[in-house]
Write a protein that binds this ligand. Structure first.
Ligand code: CFM
Ligand code: HCA
Length: 533
């Protein structure tokens, strides 16, 4: 892999090559020392990155999927429009019927507002949203120009909250505020914690109460996870934030365990809820049949209750035959094929499970905007340098709640759980699970994408919409791992079967290799001549 790395950066200007070299490392799954990777730093100007903006991470990713909060974009109409229903986060409107997901709320700022200020327009928009929908909460998101002209969105939110008597809060998530979407996650985490979590003390019934943090119901993933948990008799209070309601967030502090699916986007809430309410968190992964089984077992082990342990085993035993039958049929056709994945801040790791179940090897993987802990494991947290860009994002100081802090486990119980393989507050990251002949590349560029495909020739490439057609034009099957194209769910047991079938079809179809660009063909396939009358 050292040779491949050299080739990847060979044509870059020296300074650029030196910087990019730090973001490319080999795997360490064989017990090798985990190398340090450069992550969560600015993309070099001029390089075509996969990344998106801070507003996307805050509004589009974390708060957008909540169905009964009016999520209002304060900015020019493009920001609202281009974040409208593009992420395939599904929702089930439920008995109350509130579902604002299909709407796009925006203040539609124009030149006039940029010159004279947009605060009046924002108050009017909040009022209009309230008059039309009477939502339980309204959340405001600022876009780049709002930060530049200095509209005080928090003051407007406070005034409107007082006037309307519902929760109104704002997020200073201007697109440029951080180096990527990741900053937006953090901002959303802070505001949810400040304004919503723990604001309703009506107890939640249930013996085994959990929340899922960092699951967004893309392609219906959360529906499948909800199905499995219900079958196990586990009470899911709230999912942050796929198919969620503001009431469930308000009562999330009644959970006895937080399970973290996407570590990158929601670890801040996990940590803050532990500090404030004493709720431990564990990492789970519902992507992959075996990973799902393992996560269920971890939850059952945590509750230390034989009934739950037995029930979980029974559910796994019921679900596994369908998995095994499908694998038996498909694996002979997928065994030994290869894949590459470059996505977000967690899926490039999670989906390795599903490829593994098909006997496929991941040659290369990387995140767009994850931090070093998502790559190297959380043990590196104390060693991560806080740079000016990170310092730009508020670090909330949370303290033990005066009346509601209640540590769910004693330190001794936590030690005993650790001995059973259930470590709280822990995530091992991606690098330690990839083989030493695999490459890990952070914030891969368009040039590196094309080059690595050329060198390593995988059987399938997974990324997002910006890469999709370029890769298909290279004659390569391309699977979107953000929106799943039109597919999914891929989570849980039902999702795994969907995945096996989709990947089988893709890697065993010759269509992309047979498709030739016009300039690669011997002669044109269609000929016509223009005949003037
Ligand atoms: Fe977490 Fe996500 Fe992801 Fe993410 Fe995203 Fe997404 Fe993603 Mo696109 S929260 S980090 S910011 S799992 S939107 S649902 S698919 S890049 S890998
Ligand atoms: C985002 C959302 C995105 C984009 C996906 C893509 C998603 O980052 O703002 O580039 O195809 O999952 O919808 O990650």
């Amino acid at each position: 892999v050292e040779e491949i790395k050299k080739e990847l950066i060979a044509k870059m200007p020296t300074k650029v090559a030196r910087k990019r070299a730090k973001a490319i490392v080999p795997g360490a799954g064989g017990g090798e020392e985990i190398p340090e990777i450069q992550a969560n730093v600015r993309t070099i100007p001029g390089i075509i990155t996969q990344r998106g903006c801070t507003y996307a991470g805050c509004k589009g990713v974390v708060l957008g999927p909540s169905r009964d909060i009016v999520n209002l974009t304060h900015g020019p109409i493009g920001c609202g429009f281009y974040s409208w229903l593009t992420r395939r986060n599904e929702t089930d409107a439920g008995p109350d019927g509130d579902n604002f997901i299909p709407y796009c709320f925006s203040t539609d700022m124009t030149e006039h507002d940029i010159v004279f200020g947009g605060m009046k327009k924002l108050s009017a928009a909040i009022q209009e949203a309230y008059d039309n929908f009477h939502p339980k909460a309204i959340s405001v998101f600022s876009t780049c120009p709002v930060g530049l002209i200095g509209d005080d969105i928090h003051a407007v939110a406070r005034q409107m909250q007082e006037k309307l008597g519902i929760t109104v809060f704002a997020n200073s998530c201007e697109g440029y505020r951080g180096v990527s979407q990741s900053a937006g996650h953090h901002i959303a985490n802070n505001q949810i914690m400040k304004h919503i979590i723990g604001t309703n003390d009506t107890p939640v019934e249930g013996k085994y109460k959990i929340n899922i943090l960092g699951e967004y119901n893309i392609g219906g993933d959360a529906f499948e996870i909800e199905r499995i948990l219900e079958k196990c008799g586990i009470t899911l209070i709230s999912t942050f934030s796929g198919n969620s309601t503001v009431e469930s967030f308000r009562r999330a502090h009644f959970a006895d365990l937080n399970t973290v699916m996407c570590h990158r986007s929601l670890n801040y809430v996990a940590e803050m809820m532990e500090t404030k309410f004493g709720i431990p968190w564990i990492k789970v992964n519902f992507i992959g049949a075996h990973a799902t089984a393992k996560s269920l077992r971890r939850i059952a082990t945590y509750f230390e209750d034989q009934d739950l342990i037995d029930k979980v085993e029974q559910v796994i035993a019921e679900e596994m035959p369908a998995i095994e039958a499908t694998i038996k049929d498909i694996r002979p056709r997928t065994e030994g094929k290869t894949a590459m994945m470059f996505v977000g801040g967690s899926r490039a790791h999670h989906y390795q499970e599903l490829f593994g179940e098909l006997g496929m090897k991941v040659l290369c993987a990387g995140y767009e905007f994850a931090h070093r802990d998502d790559y190297e494991g959380r043990h590196v947290l104390p060693k991560i340098k806080v740079d000016a860009d990170s310092r730009n994002i508020e670090e909330l100081e949370v303290e033990k709640d005066a009346t509601r802090y209640n540590p769910r486990k004693t330190p001794e119980q936590l030690e005993a759980l650790k001995a059973k393989g259930v470590e709280v507050k822990d995530y091992d990251g991606m690098i330690g699970q990839m083989s030493k002949d695999a490459l890990i590349i952070d914030d891969i560029s368009q040039y590196e994408t094309e080059k690595i495909i050329e060198i390593m020739k995988p059987d399938i490439f997974c990324a997002g919409i910006k890469e999709k057609y370029i890769i298909q034009k290279m004659g390569m099957p391309m699977k979107q791992l953000h929106n799943y194209d039109i597919g999914g769910p891929y989570a849980g047991f039902v999702g795994a079967v969907n995945w096996y079938r989709d990947i089988d079809r893709m890697v065993n179809s010759k269509i992309w290799a047979l498709t030739k660009a016009p300039w690669q063909m011997e002669g044109p396939e269609l000929e016509a001549s223009y005949v003037a009358e």
